[in-house]
Design a protein. Structure first.
Length: 265
C-alpha cells in the first residue's frame, strides 16, 4: 500500500484539482476554494481511519472531535439558545467522539475492510455534500465540497492499488493486496450491507437537495412530520413517525419551517 507521505501528496493533488474545477465551474469564489482544497486533502487520509494505530485515525478523529460538535451546533439552532447549553452540548459531543465512539469504531472495523471500497467513497462524498449545506449558501459550495471529498477519498484508494503493483523487477509483479482497495464488497458481509444501506439512505437526501435546494432537516420535516414522503419511502418514514414522534399515519405533525433559499440555489 502507499505510504503516509504518498497519501498526503495524493490528497494535495486531489484538493487542488477539485478547487480548480470548482472555480472553473463558477461554484465557489477564490477564498472558499481554499476550504474545498482542504477537504480534498483531509479526505485522502480518511480511508485509513480503520487502521487502529496509524496516524490517519489520530488526525481524522482529532479533527472530528473539534469539527463535528461545531457543525452540529451550527446546524441545530435549539442547542445554541443559551451560552451554557451551547458550551455543554459541545463538550459532551466532543468527549463522545474522542472516547466511546472512537473505541467502538476501532473494535468494529478492520483494515482494508469496507472503508477501502467504492461505496465508502460515495458515502463520504454524500456526507460532505450534506454537511456543507447552509441556508444562506449557494448550492455550488456543496457540490464543490462533495466532489472534493469523493475525489480525495478515491485518490487514496487508487494510490493503494498502484502501490500493489511492483514495476521494479524485470517482470511486473502483482501483490496479494491488489484489488483490496477499490472494491465493491468488503471482507465482512454485515458491514458491506450496512454501507450500501447507508448509501441508499443518503442518495435521496442528496437528490432532494440538488433538485429543490431542500436541506436535510427540511426534507425530514416534510417527509416524516408532515407525512409527505414518496410512496416508496413511506414505510420507513411512517415508522419514524410512530417510534420517535409518536404521531399516527396520515396526520400532520409540526408545521413545516419556512424554506429559505440563498443566492445561487
Amino acid at each position: 500500500m502507499a505510504n503516509f507521505n504518498a497519501h498526503l501528496t495524493g490528497g494535495a493533488i486531489a484538493g487542488i484539482t477539485a478547487a480548480g474545477g470548482a472555480l472553473a465551474m463558477g461554484w465557489v469564489k477564490p477564498l472558499p476554494a481554499l476550504a474545498v482544497a482542504a477537504v480534498g486533502f483531509v479526505a485522502a487520509l480518511a480511508p485509513d481511519v480503520d487502521h487502529d494505530h496509524g496516524r490517519p485515525i489520530r488526525y481524522v478523529f482529532g479533527l472530528a472531535t473539534l469539527l463535528l460538535p461545531s457543525a452540529t451546533l451550527y446546524r441545530v439552532a435549539p442547542l445554541t439558545e443559551t451560552t451554557q447549553l451551547a458550551v455543554g452540548s459541545w463538550v459532551i459531543m466532543a468527549l463522545a467522539v474522542a472516547f466511546p465512539i472512537r473505541w467502538v469504531f476501532t473494535k468494529m472495523t478492520v483494515h482494508r475492510g469496507i472503508f477501502h471500497s467504492v461505496p465508502a467513497t460515495l458515502i463520504f462524498g454524500c456526507l460532505m455534500f450534506l454537511v456543507a449545506a447552509r441556508r444562506e449558501a449557494a448550492l455550488g459550495m456543496q457540490l464543490a465540497v462533495g466532489v472534493a471529498g469523493a475525489l480525495g477519498y478515491f485518490a487514496h484508494l487508487l494510490l493503494d492499488e498502484l502501490w500493489a503493483v511492483d514495476f521494479n523487477g524485470r517482470k511486473v509483479r502483482v501483490k496479494k493486496s491488489f484489488g483490496t482497495a477499490i472494491q465493491l464488497w468488503g471482507v465482512s458481509a454485515p458491514s458491506s450491507l450496512l454501507a450500501y444501506g447507508l448509501l441508499l439512505a443518503l442518495a435521496p437526501l442528496v437528490y432532494q437537495n440538488l433538485k429543490d435546494g431542500e436541506l436535510t432537516e427540511q426534507t425530514y420535516d416534510r417527509w416524516v412530520l408532515r407525512d409527505q414522503a414518496p410512496e416508496s419511502m413511506r414505510p420507513i418514514t411512517r415508522t419514524l413517525r410512530r417510534k420517535i414522534h409518536r404521531l399516527p399515519d396520515n396526520v400532520k405533525g409540526a408545521p413545516q419551517a419556512p424554506k429559505k433559499v440563498g443566492p445561487g440555489r
